[in-house]
Design a protein around this ligand. Structure first.
Ligand code: ACO
Length: 359
């Protein structure tokens, strides 16, 4: 029996009310708990956005200083797990290894779970990126997540401009409606599996190149193009081969993703990025023109991942670690959605349309 027309991508399907964030794809606007993303990033750091997302939902909610303390203590606790993580994750990519790290955390952690999860991710990531050549650097709980992450990566504090740029990145990507990974977290949370399990599932969804795995390939694309004059031919060949242009297109945004501009501005604050930035801006214009030519009427524009790639490259983060770093910021939003789902949501259980043989 045919139930209904299948909507395999769930386009336009509304499955919940949420007070976390609104993605307005027609006007290119993102609101996180009442504030426009541009204002939020200009006025609050990552811990401030996390406090906002957790406000009224979990310990530290609404209190930036308490979030900073909670995350600092959680980073210190997570560091004790690093030897086991390194032993278990040899040969894995950074995001695969983060999967191992999260799997090591019990759902019934003694410390509040959102702190445990969001504190562990930067500690694990820094240690994984230093291994096997350099020993892990212990966290400094007095710092912010961005400051401490760069310090644990480099073995010394980064320049303030770099710390601020990473902080802006983490705040920018902290939440974004019912994207694939957040929806995954909510599906798992809807079974009451627990916060760590829900976030681990979300990380697995983020990993794919159509979602959080796009920024590494953005840089590969820029490297292949090499100079702006080669862009048009490169894009035409890409469309002829059926290649997807990474960093462009979005299920919800039909205009430019507002986070692209926030991140582009953050890249511009960093020393010695001017050349790469103007090259990337020229290639971006070429890509949009090619999308208009080859996909007329589809309304495809730049998404967050394009300037994420430029920003993380400027921060000297290895491209293999871009998706894992995205998870460090997005985990704040995943936790917020898990709390919201656990408070009121029913088990998420859609239907399928059986097309196989019948007895
Ligand atoms: N390059 C070339 N063509 C594209 C692109 C692109 N980046 N994006 C969409 N299209 C085309 C599709 O091929 C399709 O064409 P068709 O109708 O002729 O078959 C049409 O535009 C509609 O695209 P869909 O794939 O139906 O759009 P959907 O909403 O399902 O996918 C997605 C959205 C996955 C983001 C897609 O645009 C894409 O693959 N982009 C590149 C990967 C990327 O940058 N991902 C990061 C997204 S942001 C984030 O998740 C954090």
């Amino acid at each position: 029996m045919l139930l209904t027309r299948v909507n395999s991508g769930l386009d336009g399907v509304v499955v919940a009310d949420t007070a976390m964030s609104e993605v307005d794809g027609e006007s290119g606007r993102l609101i996180v708990r009442g504030a426009a993303i541009e204002t939020l990033v200009a006025t609050r750091g990552f811990e401030g956005v996390a406090a906002l997302l957790w406000d009224g939902q979990a310990e530290g909610g609404g209190d930036e200083a308490a979030v900073r303390r909670g995350l600092g203590a959680a980073r210190r606790a997570a560091f004790e797990r690093v030897p086991r993580l390194l032993a278990a994750s040899a040969g894995l990519t950074p995001v695969e290894a983060l999967r191992v790290g999260l799997a090591m955390l019990p759902d019934a952690e003694p410390m509040p779970h959102h702190f445990a999860v969001c504190g562990a991710l930067p500690v694990f990531l820094a240690a994984l990126l230093r291994a096997p050549d350099a020993a892990p650097v212990a966290p400094d709980p007095s710092l912010t997540t961005a400051q401490d992450l760069l310090r644990m990566l480099r073995g010394r504090r980064a320049e303030p401009a770099f710390e601020q740029a990473l902080d802006a990145y983490l705040a920018t990507v902290a939440d974004h409606g019912f994207n694939a990974s957040t929806f995954t977290a909510r599906v798992v949370a809807s079974t009451r599996a627990g916060l760590v399990s829900s976030v681990l599932a979300a990380l697995c969804a983020l990993k794919g190149p159509l979602h959080g795995g796009a920024p590494g390939p953005v840089l590969d694309m820029l490297d292949e193009i090499g100079e702006p004059s080669r862009a048009e031919a490169w894009f035409d060949a890409a469309f002829a081969n059926g290649t997807t242009l990474m960093g462009f297109g979005h299920r919800i945004y039909k205009v430019r993703d507002p986070r692209a501009d926030v991140l582009k501005a953050a890249v511009a604050t960093l020393p010695a990025t001017a050349g790469r930035l103007s090259f990337a801006a020229a290639v971006e214009q070429g890509a949009i023109a090619a999308l208009r030519r080859h996909k007329p009427g589809r309304r495809l524009d730049t998404n967050v991942e394009y300037y994420t790639a430029l920003l993380l490259e400027a921060l000297e983060i290895p491209r293999a670690a871009f998706t894992a770093l995205f998870a460090v910021g997005r985990a704040a939003g995943w936790c917020a959605h898990v709390f919201e789902q656990e408070r009121g949501g029913r088990i998420i259980r859609p239907q399928s349309n059986y097309v196989g043989p019948r007895p």
